[in-house]
Design a protein around this ligand. Structure first.
Ligand SMILES: NC(=O)c1ccc[n+]([C@@H]2O[C@H](COP(=O)([O-])OP(=O)(O)OC[C@H]3O[C@@H](n4cnc5c(N)ncnc54)[C@H](O)[C@@H]3O)[C@@H](O)[C@H]2O)c1
Length: 249
């Protein structure tokens, strides 16, 4: 028996990076997967590569109606939602906090924070009817050990960690587990923004702050998410799991 047999996962931001890694790894372990992303071409590609276990849904998670439609599409295709992964996210470019304009701030707040509220409103009643479920958010080491240059992004991830813990205690009686992942800088489309510029020197600087000596990969994050999503983690709720090669020590 595979680790996610009979489970349905909705994963946002699944057209690339960590979300793509999770969608593919979850499917390998038997899950049926909704690949949701603003980038419809990427979502179609990922769902196509997975095969008939997956559907692609174009979703802007900053819009409540689109999040509702995403969950409705999951119900229509697969009849249930066991795993909700809030993974879509974005950052401002590394730099002075005073240089981030209000539109960018609002976008970060909408995608990294408010979208979690929208998906929670949509999936909790479904999970409650089903007798349980699990919610996983991709937070960040940035929410635990903030460093200069990414202040508003860091704060949005701190919000996600606190929301996770508070949701976990409130949803425990409904048998809904809520956890988050705290990846260290990883090899995805967001890396250049985090570093300010993607140069060999900047990469070496980032690697030097990670005891295990490398950046994270989508597979590292997918394997951690897989464990949290599976019944192996049935007694785990409210954690912010550092997937960071020791960065936060
Ligand atoms: N890469 C890192 O170093 C790193 C470290 C810690 C945490 N994270 C977090 O990991 C998550 C995934 O990012 P990634 O690193 O894989 O980068 P990525 O850019 O490859 O993936 C982010 C995905 O989110 C999608 N997205 C953006 N806005 C959206 C919206 N409004 N609606 C729906 N989808 C939207 C993008 O299209 C993209 O496919 C993010 O929450 C990010 O903050 C990344």
């Amino acid at each position: 028996m595979a680790r996610l047999d009979n489970k349905v996962a909705v994963i946002t931001g699944a057209a690339s990076g960590f979300g793509e890694g999770m969608a593919k790894r979850f499917a390998e372990e038997g899950a049926r997967v909704v690949v949701a992303d603003l980038n419809s071409k990427g979502a179609d590609r990922v769902a196509g590569e997975i095969g008939k276990q997956a559907i692609a849904v174009t979703t802007d998670v900053s819009q409540r109606s689109e999040v509702d439609e995403m969950v409705a599409a999951a119900m229509k295709a697969f009849g249930r939602v066991d795993i909700m992964v809030n993974n879509a996210g974005l950052t401002h470019r590394n730099g002075d906090m005073l240089g981030v304009d209000e539109d960018m701030f609002d976008l970060i707040a909408a995608v990294n924070m408010k979208a979690i509220y929208y998906s929670t409103l949509a999936v909790v009643p479904i999970m409650e009817r089903q007798g349980g479920g699990t919610i996983i958010t991709t937070a960040s080491t940035a929410g635990l050990r903030p460093r200069p240059g990414l202040t508003w992004y860091n704060a949005s991830k701190g919000w996600a960690i606190t929301a996770t813990k508070s949701m976990a205690v409130e949803l425990a009686p409904k048998k809904i587990r809520v956890n988050c992942l705290c990846p260290v800088a990883g090899e995805t489309g967001m890396l250049a923004q985090f570093m300010g510029e993607d140069t060999p020197e900047k990469r070496a600087m980032f690697r030097a702050s990670i005891p295990l000596g490398r950046l994270s990969t989508p597979l590292d994050i997918a394997n951690a998410a897989l464990w949290l999503a599976s019944d192996e983690a049935e007694f785990i709720t409210g954690i912010a799991l550092e997937v960071d090669g020791g960065r936060c020590i």
